[in-house]
Each structure stands twice: as C-alpha cells, then as structure tokens.
Write a protein that binds this ligand. Structure first.
Ligand SMILES: [Zn+2]
Length: 223
C-alpha cells in the first residue's frame, strides 16, 4: 500500500483538495465526516449491497474526478471506506474467498483506459488480504447503463455478463464490487451469473448509492 501510494505525489484529499502527508488517503477533516454507519440496501435479487456513501456532493465530485479526470489516487480512499463498511456489516461473514468486480466490456475499457470498479476491488482485496480475480466479463456492444433510463435498466433483459473461470466460482463465497449502485440491477445480474455457476454466496459492495435509487425507493437522503 505505502509503496503504491508513493507513486502519487503530491497527494491531495479527494474531497476537499487539501494537501496530504505521509500515507494518508484523505484529510482528517473529511474523514471525520464519513458516516459511521454504512448504507445497507437489498438488491432486486435479494442480495445485500452495502455502501459507505450516497452519490452526491463532494463524494460525487471525487468519484467523477477518479473516473473521468485521471485522479486514480482517489481510489485508495474509496477502497478504505468500502473496507470499513465491510468490517462493520459483513464482519461475521468475512469468509470471502474471492473478491471480484463488475466487468467492463473490452471496447469500453479501451475507451476509458481502466475499469474503475476493478481498481477499487483490487485495493479492497489488498486491504482485506484476500485474492482478487476478474471472474466476469461483459460483451462489447452491450447497452451502456448510464445512457438508459431508470425504467429501462430495471426492466431490460441483459444477458451480456459471462463467467471467465467457472472453476473458481463453484462453492465459493464471493465479494462483488461496483463503483456506484444506481438501480441494483447490474449487481443483481452479475450475482445471478455467479450463482448460476455455483457460487455459494455473493456479497455486494459499492462506493456510493445514487440519489436516483433513493428517489425510486422513497429513501430520504442528505445531499
Ligand atoms: Zn479533505
């Protein structure tokens, strides 16, 4: 962690841009504002997704900086927040054997240069001392979720997710990570594919849950 962190210099707090020292991943002022209790939401297929944040304000800016403006360093703070949520909620079930992520199609990956969920999942795995593996892939040409309406995402059939290594899924407890949960359908579909190949349990986590999800599920959330 420290060795990798040292690649990024000077380091700035992802949420307020203050300069950071040593191996800090966010400033103490912003860290003090992190919620102590993570969000816990049920997915359409019954799995639970936990998330430290709601996708708004400084969190939203930090995630956009990470995904679209090259601020990959922010990923350490996101992974750290996901890890503390995992320790809070999944503590007794921490028998994950593999940590994986929602996949990105090859075309999309080429366009963006990296899979934002994969990097978060890799650092989460590093901090939890568990193996990371890309277990799923996604067809190129599959519809882009963010270009669809909420209703289209919920109702559409999407068979574009597939298993890469079935032998590493059977009988395993898997932690599946995404960056932002918008409807829960992406995590549900990926969980369903993992379970169809015999995964014993799938736990889900994301960095943030969208306000869209909240308004469609009548959840009051702060801004
Ligand atoms: Zn800060």
């Amino acid at each position: 962690m420290n060795r990798l962190l040292s690649i990024f210099y000077p380091r700035k707090c992802p949420y307020c841009s203050r300069l950071l020292k040593y191996d800090m991943t966010e400033c103490l002022i912003c860290r003090a504002e992190f919620p102590n209790v993570p969000r816990i939401e049920a997915l359409p297929t019954g799995e639970i997704c936990i998330a430290p944040f709601t996708y708004s304000g400084a969190i939203r800016r930090a995630i956009c900086d990470y995904k679209f403006r090259g601020k990959k360093f922010n990923c350490y703070s996101f992974a750290g927040a996901v890890v503390s949520s995992i320790r809070n909620v999944y503590y007794k079930d921490m028998g994950f054997e593999i940590i994986t992520c929602v996949p990105m199609s090859k075309d999309r990956r080429r366009e963006r240069g990296f899979n934002q969920s994969e990097l978060i999942a890799r650092y989460t795995a590093e901090q939890l001392n568990k193996p990371f593996e890309n277990l799923l892939c996604r067809d190129s040409g599959a519809a882009l979720q963010h270009e669809m309406t909420y209703e289209e995402r919920i109702s559409g059939n999407d068979n574009s997710y597939h298993i890469i290594t079935p032998e590493n899924v059977r009988g395993k407890k898997i932690l599946l990570i995404d960056d932002i949960m918008t409807t829960g359908m992406t995590l549900s579909r990926c969980s369903a594919v993992l379970k169809s190949y015999g995964a014993e349990r799938v736990f889900c986590a994301s960095v943030a849950i969208s306000k869209e999800y909240d308004s469609h599920n009548n959840i009051q959330s702060g801004s």
